[in-house]
Design a protein around this ligand. Structure first.
Ligand SMILES: Cc1ncc(COP(=O)(O)O)c(C=O)c1O
Length: 506
């Protein structure tokens, strides 16, 4: 039986009950008790493989929650009973013909989104693989989620703030929607020291992805968007949801009315701006997810000039800025003239392991104006006050600790750890003779398999090495023929992954 995402559900018609397919978390927790042989065959005690599985899918999976609900819920698990019998616990009732329907029509923009979205599809294939090879130790280098613990200097600050909330003096409720003054000041001085950005230009957020959607709300549906191809999927999907795009065109794997700026090894992963049509909003990410490429000062100068010439606004995503180890700009505001044409979104997620804590920021300079001269920041402030009530005060205490001297050192240690992983992965693929891109200034390695389908390569690597990667085509048609390998992983897993790759591709 299939649900709307074509996810196979196990269904027991005799009991009118369905259970969900095993998720990453649930896989080995699923226990059937009974004295039938079928039930005995179903019984699988937990194995180490179960505990290797990451419990989340990806911070990049913007459509994941919309399509799936793979959560660990004890109420959804089949638990032992004293009397042995087959138990199938109901997770949701199958739709029947008499099901009540409201008169609300589905948002047509939501219907445009592609159901077979990248990360749920990877999760589905991974689950199927684990069913096929229950004893395999599956290692994921596919998802963009951090794995290493948050440094103590940061968690201690959060714990302190949390405990203070239990006291009369330390309690605080709603804070400023734009973020706490001290944190805004610390972000300004740490990341934009002499770039002319002021504390009031900085809006603290609950993460870059959330602000990408708020920015879409700010600009509305009547703008034309341009995006790097390949790119982080949230840009395109949020653009579809807000209604900026046409339908998905299956033959070219693109949505109508979006400008896809092709980024390939041939153009140094920087689009040819001389042939790029004008767009109102240009999403640009450097260091880039997924290619790992970083834009040089000269390239960003070209981008800013392009935006100025066309009257466009750049939304610059610097979520991986701290991974830059050469002299490439860490912020778009290092480029003269950028303040009049750019917004920057950034995040503590990949610096401090805050993917679960949730904290980021967006810089909207007061110099950035709409065509009628109205400051963009004023409208963004209105969006933030209306749609967001400010980041968690505990997370903000953590953010402030991140920017203390000890916190900066601790973040840099974690980043260096991931960069050592990256070097191992780059070395492995290079030794094996592949063309490898990225990796130097980003936690992502972009490996070329010329002439092959990304999904085929993904499937081959999973089948033969029990490693999960990400097929490049999931990031846009420009990613076809590549896979993205993430360096977020424990060292022993990365070493083991490299060993398996060397064994298979030698
Ligand atoms: C390029 C890029 N931007 C933004 C995000 C989301 O960051 P956050 O966790 O702050 O929402 C990610 C997460 O993977 C990303 O890769």
């Amino acid at each position: 039986m299939l649900n709307s995402d074509h996810t196979p559900f196990e269904y027991d018609p005799n009991r009118t009950a369905m259970i969900k397919p095993p998720s990453n978390r649930q896989f080995h927790n699923r226990v059937f008790f009974g004295n039938s042989s079928a039930a005995r065959r179903c019984f699988k005690p937990p194995t180490m493989a179960a505990f290797q599985a990451p419990s989340t899918i990806s911070s990049s999976s913007s459509a994941f929650l919309a399509h799936n609900s793979f959560t660990l819920s004890s109420s959804k698990l089949c638990l032992p009973r004293s009397k042995p019998r087959v138990i199938l616990k109901c997770a949701s009732a199958p739709p029947t013909e008499t099901a009540h329907k409201t008169k609300v029509s589905r948002n047509a923009n939501m219907a445009k989104l592609q159901a077979g979205y990248l990360f749920p599809e990877i999760a589905r294939r991974r689950s199927a693989h684990m069913l096929k090879y229950p004893d395999a130790k599956v290692i994921s280098l596919g998802i963009g989620d951090t794995t290493e613990p948050i440094p103590d200097v940061i968690t201690s600050a959060m714990a302190k703030r949390s405990h203070a909330l239990s006291t009369i003096d330390g309690y605080s409720g709603y804070g400023a929607e734009q973020g706490e003054k001290q944190l805004r000041a610390a972000i300004t001085s740490t990341y934009y020291g002499d770039l002319g950005i002021e504390e009031t230009d900085v809006f603290v957020s609950d993460g870059a992805k959330c602000d990408i959607s708020r920015l879409q709300m700010l600009f509305g549906s009547n703008v034309k968007m341009a995006v790097q191809d390949p790119s982080y999927p949230a840009y395109v999907d949020s653009s579809v949801i807000i209604g900026q795009t046409g339908q998905y065109q299956k033959d070219i794997e693109k949505f109508g009315d979006i400008e896809y700026m092709r980024c390939t090894p041939e153009n140094g992963f920087f689009p040819d701006l001389s042939t790029t049509p004008k767009a109102d909003i240009i999403f640009f990410c450097s260091p880039n997810n997924p290619t790992g490429a970083v834009a040089s000062r000269d390239q960003l100068t070209q981008l800013v000039r392009f935006a100025r010439d066309n009257g466009s606004i750049i939304i610059y995503d610097s979520a991986y800025g701290m991974y830059i180890s050469d002299d490439s700009p860490k912020s778009i505001f290092e480029i003269p003239g950028a303040k009049e044409v750019a917004i920057e979104v950034s995040s503590f997620s990949k610096y401090a392991g805050f993917t679960g804590v949730r904290l980021g920021w967006t810089v909207v300079p007061k110099e950035l104006l709409f065509s009628d001269g109205f400051p963009v920041a004023k409208d963004f402030n209105r969006i933030v006050c209306t749609c967001f009530n400010g980041a968690s005060n505990i997370a903000q205490a953590g953010g402030l600790a991140c920017l203390s001297p000890d916190g900066l050192k601790a973040m840099s240690d974690v980043i260096n750890f991931y960069k050592e992983n990256t070097a191992l992965i780059v070395d492995t693929f290079t030794t094996l003779g592949f063309n490898v891109y990225g990796g130097k200034n980003a936690p992502y390695v972009w490996v070329h398999f010329p002439g092959r389908s990304s999904w085929d390569v993904f499937a081959e690597i999973l089948e033969k090495t029990h490693l999960v990667t990400t097929p490049g085509s999931g990031f846009g048609p420009g990613g076809e023929g590549f896979i993205r390998v993430s360096s977020f992983g424990h060292r022993e897993n990365v070493l083991e992954a490299c060993r398996r790759l060397k064994q298979f591709y030698k």
